[in-house]
Design a protein. Sequence first.
Length: 168
Amino acid sequence: MRDNSSIRAALTFLQQNLGVKYIYKQCGTRDNLEYYLSLWKLKKYAPYSIGYFAFHGQPESIQVGKDFVTLGELGDMLSDSCRDKIIHFGSCKTLNTEEKKIKKFLDHTGALCVCGFETEINFVESSAFDMILIEMFQQYKDVRMLDKAIRKNYRSFVRRLQFKLIYL
């Protein structure tokens, strides 16, 4: 209850300085998360092409309230509704799992790519990298070129945060 850390200020910065529109929702329960994801599937939210999940995490899952929601469960909630969308986990360790499990999540959701971190991350450092990443998502249409640019220009972030970007 005393943890005030939030990515909202970073999102506001991106909106005010780069025109990146966003919808910010806090989810305290699995049902709450599932409800907001069902709304994201609606046609009127199609322009919001980045699903940014800023939660605490564990390998292969995010913590929503007291529950852990696995990539498989999240994939079921999104089920083939993420065509041309990007999923980013701004959370510790969520992508610390086998690549085949992440590719299964991609296949199940239909997402363009999924990215996030394999290790415990520092909130400020990862938030700065997340802002860079979101800005780069606005610039690049080809995920392969984006991946190459991130690894070339932000090598130290990628290494320290154990950043992973997976696409099919």
